[in-house]
Design a protein around this ligand. Structure first.
Ligand code: FAD
Length: 409
């Protein structure tokens, strides 16, 4: 272990907390300072668009006993700059031997003078929750993961929900048009209006001004059109940024001793031969293992098979791997048709319990898998993708054959 005396972590979300847990878990006994813009202990975000909105949980604090990690927690304090080995905040200046940047991402908002909610922080969710009452007209801009999850919760709470999406197919950029198209029917089945190919020019008092001159009245507007990595404060620091903080495969930034992890970090992946940035819980959980190891003098690489999940309209949707638009698509089961036979509870075609999966192949390698209500496919697919083993596409197309048994021997 190197002779570090003080590690500073900027950003008190999952990645920031996990970095500190990993540092301590690996035996680092020196000082740790955690600077976090929100005046809250680190908390979990995935429930904010799910169980927190429906009132099933109120608090998603990750770790109430921060003291046990022996951290100087500077919560409610925002990092504003970095110069000469010192992190500047709106409350102080912190010299460091190593600095880990974990500032996450900020939601994009739309122009206009009308009130618009976003859904990124616990305070955002707590502000929105009491507004989701029966009969309330809710307009959600964006049919991405967060928009779909919010629509699910709001419809269940009795709101009249309209989702306005500029693209022609939901989730097309994330999972491709063929698979994204399968989700359209889910909205209607939940009683949610989905307007595709409809842009929004502004949020105005009382509703949305639409491209083409239309108007959508709404009691409540939520903008869910994506996020931008929270990196603008690093301008002039020497830390190179683009779509996120540019880090190498060891999560090192362009400034020695400064690392980055989580939603804010765009890392170099040897596995995919590309620079990648993910907004996935799993990345914020595991990248800090590598960041902490390397802060402590290691030379580990972070090169995951990315994974995320979404819970929408009563379905568990999971995606593992990475495909940049190409590859052969193989269906496991018919998304709109017959039920997958093996195990599980299943449901009628098109219903929430219906089970199917879609797999992407590059030659005979499985590169990505999306599963709906089929966690076993996901588990096995994750291992097969990670191993890089060749698979038999014909067997993969048979949903009765477990994914692991599709590997060519
Ligand atoms: P964040 O969680 O954003 O934490 C960064 C922290 O840094 C924030 O508290 C921020 O206030 C703080 N900060 C920002 N700028 C500064 C600054 N200058 N100085 C100090 N502090 C700063 N992923 C999934 O895989 N599945 C899901 O179902 C899922 N659901 C989600 C639902 C919601 C509503 C949201 C918002 C996200 C969801 N995600 C999901 C994504 C997942 O939660 C994120 O990938 C994860 O939270 C990223 O963690 P992070 O620590 O990198 O960033």
């Amino acid at each position: 272990m190197t002779d570090l005396e003080h590690v500073v972590v900027a950003g008190a979300g999952l990645a920031g907390l996990r970095t500190i847990e990993e540092l301590r878990g690996r035996g680092y006994a020196g000082r740790v300072t955690l600077v976090g813009a929100e005046a809250r202990l680190p908390y979990d975000r995935p429930p904010l668009s799910k169980k927190l909105l429906t009132g099933e949980v109120d608090d998603t604090t990750l770790r109430p006993d921060l003291d046990a990690l022996d951290v100087q927690a500077r919560l409610g304090e925002r990092a504003t700059g970095l110069a000469g080995g010192v992190l500047e905040t709106d409350g102080g200046r912190y010299g460091f031997d190593a600095l880990v940047l974990a500032t996450g991402a900020d939601p994009v908002t739309l122009p206009g003078a009308g009130p618009q909610h976003v859904l990124r922080t616990l305070d955002d969710a707590l502000a929105l929750r009491p507004l989701l009452r029966p009969g309330v007209t809710l307009a959600i801009v964006g049919a991405g993961w967060i928009g779909a999850e919010l629509a699910t919760a709001a419809a269940a709470l009795g709101c009249q929900v309209t989702v306005v999406e500029a693209g022609g197919i939901p989730l097309a950029a994330a999972v491709g048009p063929e698979v994204g198209a399968q989700t359209v029917a889910w909205y209607a089945a939940a009683g949610v209006d989905l307007w595709l190919g409809q842009g929004v020019t502004a949020v105005e008092p009382g509703g949305l001004a639409l491209t083409g001159g239309g108007w959508l009245p709404a009691d409540v507007v939520v903008t869910a059109v994506g996020v931008r990595p929270a990196v603008s404060w690093l301008a002039g620091s020497g830390v190179a940024t683009g779509d996120g903080i540019l880090v190498d495969e060891q999560l090192r930034t362009t400034v020695p001793g400064v690392f980055a992890a989580g939603d804010c970090a765009a890392f170099q992946s040897a596995r995919y031969g590309a620079r990648l940035r993910f907004e996935h819980w799993d990345v914020a959980l595991h990248a800090p293992e590598v960041a902490a190891a390397n802060v402590l003098g290691g030379s580990e690489a972070y090169d995951p098979v990315p994974y995320f999940w979404s819970e929408q309209f009563g379905r568990m949707v999971q995606y593992v791997g990475y495909h940049a638009g190409g590859g052969e698509l193989v269906w496991r089961g018919d998304p709109q048709g017959a039920e997958l036979p093996p195990g599980g509870t299943g449901g009628a075609p098109g219903r929430a319990g219906h089970r199917w999966a879609a797999a992407w192949l590059d030659g005979d390698r499985l590169v990505a898998l999306l599963s709906v209500n089929t966690p076993r496919d996901m588990l096995q697919g994750r291992r097969v993708i990670g191993s890089g083993a060749p698979v038999d596409p014909a067997r993969l197309a048979d949903p009765q054959i477990p994914v692991r048994d599709c590997v060519r021997t």
